[in-house]
Design a protein around this ligand. Structure first.
Ligand code: PMV
Length: 361
């Protein structure tokens, strides 16, 4: 077929170029756990993006109407990655209805990750948000518009969600909410939105996240399976209620600078997430004995020093120790002397709140 497709504007025909975005991982304080089609959350969640744990994606594109579209391989740090390539192919199929150019595009996608190797920290939120931002950037270039503004980021967030739910929260700096709730105006199940900085007390603008690597082995049960087990979970309705109410308490704590409530809710969410996994059918445990030991150490350290340092957990055994940046010098000796002996090969990532994704080309 040589005739130009009516679906793309003639100015796009023959267009080619390159786009690139760097996007971070995020850590949820209020957890997204359980979803319904298509990748819509059972409850609202809240997170912030990290500084060091980022993925950079670069797409070379060429548009040729009528030509079979496709992508010519996905490179991670210069190497082919077959299983992620398959996931990207499915993702591109799913997002096709959102981009008129995609049917006619040939894409070469390469990616670089700054995630330290063998830490067991998931990079999919960073990867899918970078990929979504790149696709929206190609669209912006073809339409001669700038890759910026709330409409652009809202679409990127919506697209990122289709790759990995939590990825939709990685497109903004600061505190970000995903999922419809009366408590946050403009919140939506389809995309995340940033909380207005003036509704977040200064102490929460620069949190530290020391990621303590207890075990870096791949997860025994994937998050997709975990989400699916929430469908018939006996505590499903109670968990939903808990998440809405924890989000409200968290929003109030953030507004007033109430670190005690912030910490209490953060830890409650982490333990509740893992309780849901343990009480699923079949139940499973992703925590490791040293996860419990470190939780106890952090609580004891807080009791003794009154330093507001708290823990949260992703779907895995590693601990995210969250505390205000001004406490870094006091917390570091505790981590080095007491916690690192319990970490796998003494591994940790001293990360913290980042500035959100960066447009590179
Ligand atoms: O985005 P997914 O499908 O990998 O799910 C992530 C779920 C948690 O990381 C456990 C919680 C969250 O809100 O990020």
């Amino acid at each position: 077929m040589n005739s130009q497709s009516p679906e793309i504007h003639h100015s796009m025909q023959g267009a080619s170029g390159q786009v690139s975005w760097e996007s971070p991982a995020n850590i949820a304080l209020i957890k997204y756990w359980g979803k319904h089609p298509v990748q819509l959350p059972m409850n609202p969640s809240l997170s912030f993006v990290l500084k060091k744990s980022v993925v950079r994606i670069c797409i070379d594109y060429a548009i040729q109407a009528g030509q079979a579209s496709g992508f010519t391989g996905f490179l991670i740090n210069g190497r082919e990655n077959k299983s992620f390539s398959e996931r990207i192919a499915l993702f591109l199929r799913d997002v096709d209805p959102h981009f008129s150019f995609l049917k006619h595009a040939t894409l070469k996608i390469s990616s670089e990750s700054t995630f330290p190797p063998a830490t067991g920290i998931a990079s999919s939120a960073a990867a899918f948000s970078a990929l979504a931002l790149c696709l929206c950037s190609v669209e912006a270039k073809l339409n001669n518009t700038a890759p910026e503004g709330s409409v652009f980021f809202r679409k990127a967030s919506n697209i990122a969600r289709l790759g990995s739910g939590s990825a939709c929260r990685s497109v903004y700096p600061g505190m970000v909410v995903w999922g419809q709730t009366k408590s946050v105006s403009g919140s939506d199940d389809h995309y995340a939105i940033p909380l207005k900085p003036e509704t977040v007390a200064p102490v929460f603008h620069s949190l530290q996240d020391s990621i303590l690597i207890v075990n870096s082995s791949p997860k025994k049960v994937s998050s997709s399976k975990g989400h699916a087990m929430m469908h018939h979970h006996p505590y499903r309705e109670a968990r939903k209620e808990q998440a809405f109410s924890n989000l409200d308490r968290m929003l109030r704590a953030m507004q007033t600078g109430d670190l005690d409530t912030f910490g209490e809710v953060t830890e409650n969410e982490a333990l509740s997430l893992h309780s849901m996994m343990m009480s699923s059918s079949p139940g499973y445990v992703l925590m490791h004995p040293n996860t419990f030991r470190i939780i106890e150490l952090i609580r004891e350290f807080r009791r003794q020093t009154a330093i507001p340092a708290y823990f949260t957990l992703d779907a895995g055994p590693n601990i995210h120790m969250i505390y205000p940046q001004k406490e870094v010098e006091k917390v570091r000796p505790f981590i080095k002397e007491e916690v690192l002996p319990l970490c796998e090969d003494g591994k940790w990532i001293d990360d913290g709140m980042g500035n959100g994704p960066r447009h590179e080309a």
